[in-house]
Design a protein around this ligand. Structure first.
Ligand code: SAH
Ligand code: DHB
Ligand code: MG
Length: 230
């Protein structure tokens, strides 16, 4: 009993340390301004699920955009525009973010969020199923950065499109590529199979140098990052 209590106390203490570290990093490097907070507020009002990336992940996207000198960014899965605002703010004033969203109610909110955050001039939302819209983007390629965060089953197909629409040095980032470990040990669920296949492909494709980094949901979820080799 005492051992169990000690172990529990230890685990609780470790969790508190992790949360306080994340809060410190967020405060120093990834503070949200009014525009980002507005996107979260209208999403909540509109009844959207709270499944946007974390502030640290938003800053990480900006870091990656800076690393590849991004002028053109493609996002698959906009939700309320929260990740799109982080991405758009990493662009030069003549840069462009194209974001794909299937749900018209979400699309409405995204347009409002982008306007409020002052990035309406650099962003364009295209409504429809990503797999229907992606073939129309070939004339606008290459994209310097692609962020994949829509439905999980077609992630391997999104990867094929990202490769087709990128250049050497482009960065392809996908959310939810840990998912409590399901992305490495998939269940029967089509989503976890898609994530598993995605990780297998980026790990083994000689055109890419890749890594998955746990950085969300108390390190039980995170980004897969793949750089297209020169
Ligand atoms: N990137 C967002 C979160 C995206 S949540 C952020 O961090 O702020 C996933 C979004 O993908 C939802 O808005 C959902 O409607 C959209 N989506 C799901 N399936 C899609 C599809 N096939 N094509 C385009 N968008 C899709
Ligand atoms: C879900 C989707 C996401 O993209 C995410 O980051 C978290 C949860 C979901 O569909 O449940
Ligand atoms: Mg996600």
């Amino acid at each position: 009993m005492t051992n169990t209590n000690n172990e529990l106390a230890f685990l609780q203490q470790q969790a508190r340390i992790r949360w306080s570290i994340e809060a410190d990093i967020t405060r120093l490097f990834a503070a949200e301004d009014e525009g980002l907070r507005y996107a979260l507020a209208v999403a909540k009002e509109g009844g959207l699920p709270e499944i946007q990336i974390s502030p640290m992940q938003g800053k990480f996207l900006q870091l990656m955009a800076a690393a590849c000198h991004a002028r053109k960014i493609l996002e698959i899965g906009s939700l309320a525009g929260y990740s799109g605002i982080w991405l758009a703010r990493a662009l030069p004033t003549d840069g462009r973010l194209i974001t794909l969203e299937v749900n018209p109610h979400h699309a409405d909110i995204v347009r409002r969020s982008f306007a409020k955050a002052g990035v309406a001039d650099r962003t364009e939302l295209r409504m429809g199923k990503a797999l229907d819209l992606l073939p129309q983007l070939e004339s606008e390629a290459p994209f310097d950065l692609v962020f994949i965060d829509a439905d999980k089953a077609p992630y391997p197909q999104y990867l094929e499109w990202a490769l087709r629409l990128s250049r050497p040095g482009s960065i392809i980032i996908a959310d939810n590529c840990v998912r409590r470990g399901e992305a490495f040990h998939p269940s029967d669920d089509e989503g976890s199979k898609g994530l598993f296949e995605y990780n297998q492909r980026i790990a083994n494709d000689p055109r890419l140098v890749s890594l998955v980094l746990p950085m969300d949901e108390d390190y039980t979820d995170g980004f897969a990052i793949a750089v297209v080799r020169s």
